[in-house]
Structures are given as structure tokens and as C-alpha cells.
Design a protein around this ligand. Structure first.
Ligand code: NAI
Ligand code: MG
Length: 491
């Protein structure tokens, strides 16, 4: 096939300003920043750089829409309808949105189109259906009283998202917030603001009233921090690095905001000797290399039972070497560039550390090409628990293979991390699988599968991988307050 038939054209950039109170506006300071195509290192466009003044305007709009605007007066069922309409508009534009995501983030178009976007639609529709099913309970108490609870929107939600799944993070945040009746001020990641801005326009076209969704692009320490500190914001939902979450927790303490965090990981992926090794290798491959390795739940510590270690390494290094790296807009590309220079440098420094600390590089280990932030799919064998590459989140296409032969020891080692986001085990032994699921300290456990996500299934971390859960009913509850009402029945 000719290149023209297999390569997606660059999408038109339609929105680069702040979206506040239903209108597009430049930042109040007039400042802009550049967003870069990570595959070419070329600037895509300038984007409004919001800071505290823009955040303040956005929070005021959100506050108004929450307290006296149409949102608070709207029937829950009608809120749900608008959310369904937003999902429909996204679906109509799915190819263009996927191309925009691919351009700004570097992920393969095919993955954005057939991976991220269907999950975006599912998530918005799942929560749209929830909008009119949020209710409290009646509670028998002592005495002649009638007591019931109401589940009410928490208020204005400040949402700060990362760059690895830009649109999916929008859906995970907007979905439950809108269903609960909250209003939103979102700060997208500075690396990938474009798709979020496009979704804001689609929300407007869907009929979501002005002020309900506001988007202020900008940097973390300026726009992000002022959102966290703003007294008009009731809750912060954040996805990103645990160190940023520590800053946010401190900054939010003044106003005691509700906080939910979805942070990083160093997830153990365990391959038992009795596993179907082809499936396990394929699962470990996807579990680590998906999205250029830029997944919070990446299975970055692959523990392989000694008996099958050589066979496993042979399979995984072959898969890694055959991974097609290249132009994300080309339909047969499996791996694009890392999101930016900083991430590229961080990953390359971990590859250096892996070599220096004595691990054995059996695939990749270098930059791919000479333009764009591409890293070869890399596998380190002979990794031990004390090496940097086994302890720290790399957030790139770098797998660490460790071995074990004792079950008790394995469970201890799997838990020997301050993270606790995800874990997986590959085995035919049902007892072992469930024992592992019970004993591993992680928010999600996959058995004979990896990276299976669904809007209905809660996701989040133990320990320093997070606080609270997103998705499912738990994700919705995080956008509500419970109110207890007690009525005397004395006449
Ligand atoms: P980050 O946590 O700094 O950025 C995520 C979001 O937080 C961005 O929108 C950023 O502008 C904002 N932010 C940064 N500082 C802030 C502050 N002081 N107050 C409020 N908001 C702030 O993550 P970054 O720097 O992009 O990546 C660093 C590392 O974090 C990665 O290498 C990776 O290990 C990890 N990470 C984990 C993610 C996950 O999904 N759990 C996603 C992105 C990064
Ligand atoms: Mg940062």
C-alpha cells in the first residue's frame, strides 16, 4: 500500500485559548506556551498560558453555574441526556479526535482511535446513565424520627490531569463530576492541552450550560497550584506523580479540600512456571510497552519463576525487538515517541543506570532514530530488587525481569514498594491466583490478563499510588457529599 493510504493526515487545530464560562478567551496576561509534536520535535501551535487570574475567573464561573446557574436547577435525567449527547458528538468526530491526540501526545493513531476513544465513550455513557440514579437511603434510628440521607454534589471540582491519556483522563474526571451535578475547572497537562480544549467545545455544542465546564491550560506550579489553593474550589481530583500530590495535599490543607489522587506505580507482574508462557509473555509485553510505557499501572517489575525464566526471556526479547516503532500517524506503528524531552531524558538515564548497576540489556537500550523522542523497546534481564530500575517509576518502554523460586518470598518482594497501584499473576493454579490477589497490596489485580479497564470497575492505588478510587460507583461517590436529614414525627 502507498504511504498516503496508511498515514493519517494532521488534524486542524481549532482551539488554543482558555475556555471560561462558555467562551474562548486568551489568557489575561496575554502569555502563551508552545505545544510540541513529540514525533518531530516541531511546534504544533501556541496555547494560552493561564495562571491565577484565569483560574480565578474560571472558578467564579463554575461557582455561579453550581450555585445559581442552570446546572443546579436541572433535573438529573436532563444532565444525563446532555452527557449522552456529548458522547455522541465525540463519536461523530472520533477519527479527528484520535488524530489530534496522536499529534499532541505521540501515541499511535490506531491506539488512540481503537483504544483510548472507545473507553472515553464508555466512561461518559456509563456516568450519563448514572446521573438519575444517585440517591441516599432511609435509616431507622432510635425514637420517633424519620431519617434519610441525600447524596449531593460536592460543588466545584478542580481537576488536574496528566499527558499520558489526555482524553481518557478528561472522561474519567468529567464523567462522575457531571453525573453528580458538580461544575468543573480543569487544567490539562502542559504537554497535551489540545484534545481537552476540543472536548470543551463539544461539551458546549452538546448543550452543557456555560460555566459548568471550564478549561484553563497552563503550567502546574502556576495555574495548577492556584486551582488547588482557590477557596472557591471544593475538591481536587489529580492524576500524576506522587511528589506533585504531596505538594497538592499541602496546598489544599488551608481550605481542607476533598482530595482524590491517582498516582504512579511499580506494579509486579508475576509469571508462574505453570502459566501459558506465550500468553504470559504477550501479557507482560502489553502490560509494559502499551502507550510507550507511559502507564501508571505498567507492569514494570516482571517476576518470572526460575524454571521458566530462560524460555520467558527468549520470548519477551523477541517481542520487544519486533515492536514497530515509528511515525504515530502511520497505521502500522505500534510505538510512538515519548511525550517530551524531559521524559525522554529521564528514561535514557534509567537505561544508563540499569547498565551501570549490572542488569543485562537483552533488547533495545538506546534511542530510536535521530529525530523525535523515540526510545527502543528495552528489556533488562538479571534485575534485582535493589536496582534503581526495579524501584523507581521509569514511565517508559523499559522492562525489568526479575526471578523467584519461593512463593512466600515472592509475595514479600511484590509488596516491597511504596507504590500499590496494580499487580498481575499468570498461572493455571486457581488457589495461587486468588491467594496472590488477596495478599498483594494493590488497587487492581489482573489474573491471566493485563490492562483490562472498564468504566464500571473502580481503579486506584494503595499506599503512595493514590487516594480514593476513580470509575464505577466509588468514583461517582467521590464527587458527592452525604447529607443526613432527620425529621421529627411528633405531631
Ligand atoms: P506531574 O505530576 O508534575 O504533572 C501532572 C499534572 O499536574 C500536570 O497537569 C501538571 O501541570 C500538574 N502539576 C504539576 N505541578 C503541580 C503543582 N504544584 N500544583 C498543581 N498541579 C501541578 O507529572 P509530570 O511532571 O508530567 O511527570 C513526571 C513523572 O510523573 C513521570 O515521569 C511519571 O513517572 C509520573 N506520572 C504519572 C502519571 C500517572 O498516570 N500516574 C501521569 C504522568 C506522570
Ligand atoms: Mg512535574
Amino acid at each position: 500500500m502507498a504511504i498516503a493510504e496508511t498515514t493519517i493526515a494532521s488534524p486542524k487545530i481549532k482551539h488554543t485559548e482558555c475556555f471560561i464560562d462558555g467562551r474562548w478567551r486568551p489568557s489575561i496576561s496575554g502569555k502563551t506556551f508552545q505545544t510540541v509534536n513529540p514525533a518531530t520535535e516541531e511546534v504544533i501551535c501556541d496555547v494560552a498560558e493561564g495562571d491565577s487570574a484565569d483560574i480565578d475567573a474560571a472558578v467564579k464561573a463554575a461557582r455561579h453555574a453550581f450555585e445559581s446557574g442552570p446546572w443546579s436547577k436541572m433535573d438529573a435525567r436532563d444532565r444525563g441526556k446532555l452527557m449522552f449527547r456529548l458522547a455522541d458528538l465525540i463519536e461523530e468526530e472520533i477519527d479527528e479526535l484520535a488524530a489530534l491526540e496522536s499529534l499532541d501526545n505521540g501515541k499511535p493513531f490506531r491506539e488512540a482511535r481503537y483504544g483510548d476513544l472507545p473507553l472515553v465513550l464508555d466512561c461518559l455513557r456509563y456516568y450519563a446513565g448514572y446521573a438519575d440514579k444517585i440517591h441516599g437511603s432511609t435509616i431507622p434510628i432510635r425514637g420517633n424520627f424519620f431519617t434519610y440521607t441525600r447524596r449531593e454534589a460536592v460543588g466545584v471540582a478542580g481537576q488536574i490531569i496528566p499527558w499520558n491519556f489526555p482524553m481518557l483522563m478528561v472522561a474519567w474526571k468529567w464523567g462522575p463530576a457531571l453525573a453528580a451535578g458538580c461544575t468543573i475547572v480543569m487544567k490539562p497537562a502542559e504537554q497535551t492541552p489540545l484534545s481537552c480544549l476540543r472536548l470543551a467545545q463539544l461539551a458546549k455544542e452538546a448543550g452543557i450550560p456555560d460555566g459548568v465546564i471550564n478549561v484553563v491550560p497552563g503550567y502546574g506550579p502556576t495555574a495548577g497550584a492556584s486551582l488547588v489553593k482557590h477557596p472557591g474550589v471544593d475538591k481536587i481530583a489529580f492524576t500524576g506523580e506522587h511528589r506533585t500530590a504531596q505538594i497538592i495535599m499541602r496546598d489544599a490543607s488551608e481550605s481542607l479540600k476533598r482530595l482524590t489522587f491517582e498516582l504512579g506505580g511499580k506494579s509486579p507482574n508475576v509469571v508462574m512456571a505453570d502459566a501459558d508462557l506465550d500468553k504470559a509473555a504477550q501479557g507482560a509485553y502489553i502490560g509494559l510497552f502499551l502507550n510507550q510505557g507511559q502507564c501508571c499501572c505498567a507492569g514494570s517489575r516482571v517476576f518470572v519463576e526460575k524454571k521458566v525464566h530462560a524460555e520467558f526471556v527468549d520470548k519477551i526479547q523477541r517481542l520487544a525487538k519486533n515492536r514497530r516503532v515509528g511515525n504515530p500517524m502511520s497505521l502500522d506503528t505500534e510505538q510512538g515517541p515519548q511525550v517530551d524531552q524531559a521524559q525522554f531524558d529521564k528514561i535514557m538515564s534509567y537505561i544508563e543506570k540499569g547498565n551501570a548497576e549490572g542488569a543485562k540489556c537483552v533488547a533495545g537500550g538506546a534511542r530510536f532514530g535521530d529525530r523525535g523522542y523515540f526510545v527502543q523497546p528495552t528489556v533488562f534481564d538479571g534485575v534485582n530488587d535493589s536496582m534503581s530500575i526495579a524501584k523507581e517509576e521509569i514511565f517508559g518502554p523499559v522492562m525489568s525481569v526479575l526471578t523467584f523460586d519461593d512463593w512466600e518470598d515472592l509475595v514479600k518482594r511484590a509488596n516491597n514498594t511504596f507504590y500499590g497501584l496494580a499487580a498481575a499473576i499468570w498461572t493455571k493454579n486457581v488457589g495461587r491466583a486468588h491467594e496472590f490477589a488477596k495478599r498483594v497490596r494493590a488497587g487492581t489485580v489482573w489474573v491471566n490478563c493485563y490492562d483490562v479497564f472498564d468504566a464500571a470497575a473502580p481503579f486506584g492505588g494503595f499506599k503512595m499510588s493514590g487516594q480514593g478510587r476513580e470509575l464505577g460507583e466509588e468514583g461517582l461517590k467521590a464527587y458527592t457529599e452525604s447529607k443526613t436529614v432527620t425529621v421529627s414525627l411528633d405531631s
